[in-house]
Write a protein that binds this ligand. Sequence first.
Ligand SMILES: [Zn+2]
Length: 212
Amino acid sequence: MIQKLTVGMLQEHTYFFIDEVTKHGFLVDPGDEAERILNKIKQEEWVIEKILLTHGHFDHIGAVAKIKTSLGCLVVIHEEGKDYLHNPEWNLSGRYGEAYTVDADYYVKHGDVITLEANSNMNLKVIHAPGHTTDGTAYYSEKEHIAFVGDIIFNGAVGRCDNPGGNMNRLLSAIRAQIFTLPDATILYPGHGPYTTVKHEKDTNPFFNFYE
Ligand SMILES: [Zn+2]
């Protein structure tokens, strides 16, 4: 089961990926409004085992510290995410408000698999797709045909590449190699805006159809 809350000034999507049987699950990119996210988790009686971060930008990590303290769950990010979590200039928190840093518990790499402790049938594969940031990561469930893609790709757009660690050529190649090679029907849940599918973006995304 997937639910979401849209939080903060940049209207970032925080996703809940929950096993309906055990009510255990993952929280993807709690970007802001920690109290609202915590209330939702409490109301639904979910147990969040891990917080998964698609990258270390402030609008995706802003509620991590409070939620981690409150729930005691562990925080996962790609190994390149250290550069963002530990540096307010890279995570952009200093530019948009009070500068802060965040600590993670697990630094993962491409190909790693994150399994739900309460139900080993539920897992997500780590896909490294840098370019928006050096740590850009999608979390892919082959079984559910879904991927949480952060700011790698959006419905009709791709992530901006003009912030620290950004590189447009790198992003477009990563999307071709890592996202467009997933099954066509895979639903992509981005950090902002409406969801989409691999096929829809392959067919219509202007970054690939006009500039190729
Ligand atoms: Zn971002």
